[in-house]
Design a protein around this ligand. Structure first.
Ligand SMILES: Nc1nc2c(c(=O)[nH]1)N[C@H]1C(S)=C(S)[C@@H](COP(=O)(O)OP(=O)(O)OC[C@H]3O[C@@H](n4cnc5c(N)ncnc54)[C@H](O)[C@@H]3O)O[C@H]1N2
Ligand code: MOO
Length: 438
């Protein structure tokens, strides 16, 4: 369709991969941000600047299990001439009430516990006798087994200047500081920081809800026996898995028979829960190509889906448009299993990532030395062959042939080999572009 005029392009026009992709992406805007629970926001893009309301750490605390002391008290301590201090109590992590450490005193302190008033440094337990009166201690005894450790005396073997083994309030982030900038992709450590800052929810672009439905009267659900002429529906599983791998929340709808009314009703039902609709099958030129038949004839109110021929192999027939009251993007992919998967990688994955507001919507490409000759790529078409890519060796080996029904070869490949439109043959050992599939 021409955006300016709303006209449909000529049915004989052949679109390049880039033209189709540009047209699709030009109609996709990132989803509106929503507030999500932290773990639901993993993999999403942050849509707010997160500033620090409580510094981290929120209070001065010990980085070691040991004794909180006054620096001057222990300045002269050596193992030969230890300094003896009176232990006034325990400070455990989470302690609210803190003892005041006066001259000649120490408080036994645990990692993460607040530094009590009066104390300036922490002497690790290994630099003391641990209160046992013998040589250097290796460890503290559990308070439950030896409550007397919270009192008595401790001999300090080494000095500790002010600040030693103390993690100062705000030494990680200070109040008012920018912790995470809008546009940040939330991975595990960003989620950890948000939690540390006390954020229970966060504003992000959500994962798109992708509804996948396959069409074909020959399709049978895996697990069920095949009758004559039937095959198992593999596309809806492959595409749903691919949508999840791309970051979407994907829902698989059972295969729909080649019947226009059923397809129309199913699409109407699914529109409510979809940010993207993906169909497979029924887009070529056969007498039962019901996706094309149904969607090419939508009323202006229902939306518009255009069916095109692309200069690519596999994946020549493609449908794309916006349907329903909310104008939800619909991508109608060809039914051949390799065609539908390659089409997903090229067109649906970027749509999902654009909806999520991710900066890199396309997979990176690499150059690799092809270990075998590639013969007879169709002239004028961009061909996507399946390959086994070895990043370390910088090589790619074709897996299976060009047939778009070769499901096993696809499953044994880890990359697509791209043969440009003007190339029909690639000699063994030549460099080719590859798209590694993660
Ligand atoms: N006369 C012509 N015939 C065909 C042309 C053409 O230009 N002229 N194009 C061919 C190309 S290229 C493709 S790709 C396919 C696309 O066909 P459809 O999108 O209409 O898909 P179907 O006819 O429904 O199915 C094709 C093939 O794939 C199998 N299939 C379909 N759905 C599934 C599924 N969910 N799981 C597993 N396998 C599936 C189906 O049984 C067929 O074998 O058209 C060519 N024909
Ligand atoms: O274009 Mo079809 O997708 O080659 O098999």
């Amino acid at each position: 369709m021409n955006h300016a005029t709303g006209q449909t392009s000529h049915p004989d026009r052949v679109w390049s991969v880039a033209e189709h992709l540009d047209d699709v992406l030009s109609k996709i805007a990132p989803l509106d941000p929503i507030e999500l629970q932290l773990l639901d926001a993993q993999g999403c893009v942050l849509v707010e600047d997160v500033t620090v309301t409580v510094p981290l750490p929120p209070f001065d605390n010990s980085s070691m299990d040991g004794y909180a002391v006054r620096a001057a008290d222990v300045a002269q301590a050596t193992e030969a001439a230890p300094v003896t201090l009176t232990v006034i109590g325990d400070v455990a992590a989470g302690s609210g009430e803190l003892p005041e450490v006066g001259p000649g005193q120490a408080a036994r302190i645990m990692t993460g516990a607040p530094l009590p008033p009066g104390a300036e440094a922490v002497v690790p337990v290994e630099w003391t006798d641990g209160g046992a009166g013998a040589g250097p201690a290796a460890t503290m005894r559990a308070a439950s087994a030896a409550p007397e450790g919270a009192g008595g005396e401790v001999r300090i073997h080494r000095p500790a200047p002010a600040g030693a083994h103390v993690r100062a309030r705000g030494s990680d982030v200070t109040q008012g500081e920018l912790a995470l900038r809008t546009g940040t992709l939330l991975g595990p450590s960003q989620i950890g920081l948000l939690a540390a800052l006390g954020r229970g929810t966060v504003r992000v672009r959500p994962r798109p809800r992708v509804v996948v439905l396959s069409t074909g009267s020959e399709l049978v659900q895996p697990g069920e026996a095949l009758g004559p002429g039937q095959i198992h529906d593999s596309n809806s599983f492959q595409l749903t898995a691919a949508a999840r791998a791309a970051g979407a929340l994907a829902y698989r709808v059972g295969a729909v028979a080649d019947d226009a009314e059923t397809l129309r009703a199913t699409l109407e039902d699914q529109l409510i829960r979809a940010d993207v609709l993906v169909t497979s099958g029924g887009v070529s030129v056969g007498a039962y190509d019901v996706v094309k038949e149904t969607l090419a004839g939508l009323s202006a109110e229902e939306g518009k889906v255009e069916f095109r021929k692309l200069a690519m192999q596999p994946g020549k027939p493609q449908g794309f448009g916006l349907i329903g009251p909310d104008r939800i993007p619909l991508l109608a992919l060809p039914g051949n299993p390799v065609s539908s998967y390659v089409s997903f990688e090229l067109f649906v994955r970027p749509v999902i990532r654009a909806l999520m507001g991710l900066p890199d919507v396309h997979r990176p490409t690499a150059t690799a030395r092809c270990t075998a000759a590639l013969a007879s790529s169709p002239k004028g078409k961009r061909q996507f062959l399946r390959g086994s890519y070895d990043a370390e060796a910088g090589t790619v080996t074709p897996v299976g042939g060009a047939g778009s029904h070769l499901i096993k070869a696809m499953a044994h490949a880890n990359a697509l080999i791209v043969v440009p439109e003007d190339t029909t043959e690639v000699p063994e050992g030549a460099d080719v572009d590859v798209v590694p599939l993660g």
